[in-house]
Design a protein around this ligand. Structure first.
Ligand SMILES: NC(=O)c1ccc[n+]([C@@H]2O[C@H](COP(=O)([O-])OP(=O)(O)OC[C@H]3O[C@@H](n4cnc5c(N)ncnc54)[C@H](OP(=O)(O)O)[C@@H]3O)[C@@H](O)[C@H]2O)c1
Length: 306
């Protein structure tokens, strides 16, 4: 099959190679998915730079990419949950950095797979798993619900744009930080946008004078603002600041989870959640997609379409 690979860590895209590799094996409890779309997440180029080496083994050559939407073309032994032809999606991270989704096919453990909701096209479904599971995990850990005022740092990004919609669907009032060019976008998701940077605390307090009850940080480096606006007894989590635990918050790390992915699909089917796709790229342009992601200002998701 055709795939993107790299055979050593690199801080840039110089090691990315596009070419033929062996087809994946399909083990017990796995399904083989023909990739229709595979989104880019910042972790993909962070992994390529060796950023996760202290915590994850790496088997070179690596096929990058952890998100997939596609069609089941084969099932491994004893995988009754899925059949050939099923349209599915998955957060396909494995225990070691190894065979990912920027390829024509990927083998994924069935418990990590869920059915693709009809309300998303392939590119949108490919953009949902990692970012969506992260956003949902954040809502779950914060216990977001009716009566909450939720502040989302990074409301226009892959995770943030989904979290804003989930917060609204769960009954919260959602305030989201974004640059001005994204304010209409955040409003369209149901959030109240505020510009980040100097004066952000005053702008948040102008919207909610008694502060916010919950904060989800999807940017990092936001503790000062979080602490200034969090009402007494409030809860906060971060996916981008490992020090948050020292300040009364929780640092979250998304897990592959087909059942939780099905919960996200239900939000889609209920008309409460969609996925914004900023741009799609062919498989041989993963480097260009990584470059765009490194820029840090993607609205929604960047998606690879083989
Ligand atoms: N721990 C985990 O499980 C986990 C899971 C997923 C992601 N992450 C990490 O979380 C971060 C976000 O991921 P992502 O996929 O959402 O990234 P992303 O889609 O690349 O985020 C881009 C967004 O960040 C916004 N942004 C940039 N600087 C900002 C600031 N100072 N304040 C508010 N918004 C700002 C940009 O909005 P503007 O263009 O309006 O500036 C843009 O919309 C990354 O560091 C990623 O590696 C961690």
């Amino acid at each position: 099959m055709r795939a993107v690979t790299y055979d050593s860590y690199a801080p840039d895209d110089s090691k990315l190679h596009y070419g033929e590799v062996a087809d994946p094996k399909v083990g017990p409890g796995q399904v083989l998915i023909q990739v229709k779309a595979a989104s880019v997440n910042p972790v993909d180029w962070k992994v390529m730079a060796g950023g996760l080496d202290p915590m994850m083994d790496c088997v070179f050559p690596v096929i990058p990419g952890w998100d997939v939407a596609g069609v089941v073309t084969r099932t491994g032994p004893d995988t009754p949950e899925f059949s050939v032809g099923d349209e599915v999606m998955a957060y396909a991270r494995k225990d070691a950095v190894s065979t990912g989704t920027f390829a024509e096919y990927v083998a994924v453990a069935a418990p990590h797979v869920a059915r693709k909701p009809a309300g998303l096209d392939w590119a949108q479904a490919g953009g949902l798993p990692l970012a969506g599971l992260t956003a949902l995990r954040s809502m779950d850990r914060l216990g977001v619900g009716r009566g909450d005022v939720l502040l989302v740092h990074g409301a226009a990004g892959g995770v943030g744009s989904i979290a804003v919609q989930l917060g609204v669907a769960l009954g919260a009032r959602v305030i989201g930080t974004a640059s001005e060019r994204n304010h209409e976008f955040v409003r369209g998701l149901g959030g109240e946008p505020v510009t980040y940077g100097e004066g952000v605390v005053d702008r948040i307090k102008a919207l909610s004078p008694s502060g916010v009850s919950t904060v989800a940080d999807f940017v990092g480096g936001q503790l000062e603002t979080t602490r200034a606006v969090l009402a007494p007894g409030g809860r906060h989590v971060s996916i981008a600041d490992p020090t948050v635990g020292q300040h009364g918050g929780e640092w979250l790390w998304v897990r592959p989870d087909g059942a939780k992915l099905a919960e996200l699909a239900a939000f889609v089917e209920a008309g409460r959640l969609t996925v914004e796709v900023a741009q799609t790229y062919p498989l041989d342009k993963v480097g260009a997609a990584f470059e765009a992601s490194r820029g840090g200002h993607t609205r929604g998701k960047l998606v690879i379409v083989p």
